[in-house]
Design a protein around this ligand. Structure first.
Ligand SMILES: NC(=O)c1ccc[n+]([C@@H]2O[C@H](COP(=O)([O-])OP(=O)(O)OC[C@H]3O[C@@H](n4cnc5c(N)ncnc54)[C@H](OP(=O)(O)O)[C@@H]3O)[C@@H](O)[C@H]2O)c1
Length: 291
C-alpha cells in the first residue's frame, strides 16, 4: 500500500493516477473539504484527515509500505511543510514503512534565511536522512502544472506578469515526469537513499515562458516586468500586520530573485537512473492545452 499526501494537489493527483494505472494499492490522504471523487473513482482508498493532526497521520500510516509526501502548505510552512512531515516520518518508522519519498524543492540547501518553505524542506530532508528509513528526496524546480492557469490567462489577454530578472534561468519540470519519478523511487535501487535535483531537459530564461505561450496561442506576448522592489515594498508594508503572509512572500521572493535550474549532468543522471527521457515544458503544455 502506498500512502500519498497532498493527493488532491497538482502533483499528488498525478501520483495517484499513475499508481492506479499500474494497479498499485493507494491510500490518498485528503481533507473532507477537498475534491477527491476522481481519486476514489480510480480505485484509491480515501483517508479523510488533516495533516495538522498527528493522530490522523498515525492512522493513515497503518499497513503502509511506501509513503510519498507531496503535500503543499499554503502559508503555514511551520505546521505543514515542517511539522506534518516530521510526524509522517516518525509514524512511518513506527509502522515499518519500507521507503519514504519526500518532495522537497530545488535550492533547499542554499540557506535562504527569509524563505520558510525552503528552510522547512531542508530541515525535513535532514530529519529523514537521520531517521533510519530508506528514502528518496526529490528537489524539483518549478512544476509545469503551475503554468497552466497563467497560460489560460495569457490566452485571453496576451498578458504575462514577470517579477524579477527576465534573464534568470529555470528548468521547469513536467509534473507528469516528476510524478513518475516519485512513483518509481521506492522500487528503483538506484534511487535508494539519494537526493536528486529534478528539472526539465531545457534550461530556459524566465523570459522564454511568455515566448512559449506566444507560440502555443499564436499571439504576441505583452510582458509586464515588475522589479523585485515591488515584492520588497509589499512585504515591508504587510510584514508587521500579517507575519504569516510576510513569510510566504519571503519564499516567493526567493523564488523570483534566484535561478532554479538543473545542470545537463543532473538531467543525465535522472534519465539514466529512471530510464526515460524527460519532456520539455512546451510538450507538457501542448498536451494539457490541446494546442
Ligand atoms: N508548485 C511548484 O512549482 C513546486 C515547486 C517545487 C516544489 N514543490 C513541492 O511539490 C509538492 C507538490 O506541489 P503542488 O503544487 O502539487 O501542491 P498543491 O497543488 O499546492 O497541493 C497542495 C496539497 O496539499 C494538501 N494539503 C494542504 N494542507 C493540508 C492539510 N492540512 N491536510 C491535508 N492535506 C493538505 C492540499 O489539499 P486540499 O485539496 O485539501 O487543499 C493539496 O492536496 C509540494 O511539496 C511542493 O512544496 C512545488
Amino acid at each position: 500500500m502506498y500512502l500519498v499526501t497532498g493527493a488532491t494537489g497538482a502533483l499528488g493527483r498525478r501520483v495517484v493516477r499513475l499508481l492506479r494505472e499500474r494497479d498499485q494499492p493507494v491510500r490518498s490522504f485528503v481533507r473532507l473539504s477537498s475534491k477527491y471523487a476522481e481519486l476514489e473513482n480510480r480505485g484509491s482508498e480515501i483517508f479523510i484527515g488533516n495533516l495538522r493532526e498527528e493522530r490522523d497521520i498515525q492512522k493513515a500510516c497503518r499497513r503502509v509500505k511506501y509513503v510519498i509526501s507531496s503535500h503543499g502548505s499554503g502559508s503555514d510552512a511551520q505546521e505543514l511543510d515542517y511539522r506534518a512531515n516530521v510526524d509522517l516520518i516518525d509514524q512511518a518508522k513506527a509502522a515499518g514503512v519500507e521507503h519514504f519519498v519526500f518532495i522537497s524543492v530545488l535550492g533547499a540547501d542554499r540557506g535562504y534565511e527569509d524563505a520558510t518553505v525552503f528552510k522547512a524542506k531542508r530541515e525535513v530532508e535532514k530529519y529523514l536522512q537521520s531517521s533510519g528509513l530508506n528514502y528518496t528526496i526529490l528537489r524539483p524546480s518549478g512544476l509545469a502544472s503551475s503554468l497552466l492557469p497563467l497560460a489560460e490567462r495569457f490566452k485571453q489577454t496576451g498578458l504575462y506578469l514577470l517579477t524579477g530578472d527576465p534573464k534568470n534561468r529555470t528548468s521547469i519540470v513536467s509534473t507528469d515526469d516528476l510524478a513518475r519519478i516519485a512513483v518509481e523511487s521506492p522500487v528503483n535501487m538506484g534511487a535508494k537513499n539519494r537526493i536528486f535535483p529534478v528539472g526539465g531537459p531545457d534550461i530556459l530564461k524566465r523570459e522564454d515562458i511568455p515566448r512559449i505561450f506566444g507560440r502555443l496561442f499564436n499571439r504576441e506576448p505583452i510582458v509586464i516586468n515588475a522589479p523585485l522592489m515591488v515584492v520588497d515594498g509589499i512585504r515591508g508594508s504587510i510584514g508587521l500586520m500579517n507575519p504569516a503572509l510576510s513569510g510566504s512572500l519571503g519564499t516567493f521572493r526567493a523564488l523570483v530573485a534566484n535561478e532554479f535550474y538543473c545542470t545537463a549532468n543532473e538531467i543525465d543522471t535522472l534519465e539514466t537512473i529512471y530510464n526515460f527521457k524527460l519532456e520539455s515544458v512546451e510538450t507538457f503544455l501542448r498536451r494539457y492545452l490541446g494546442t
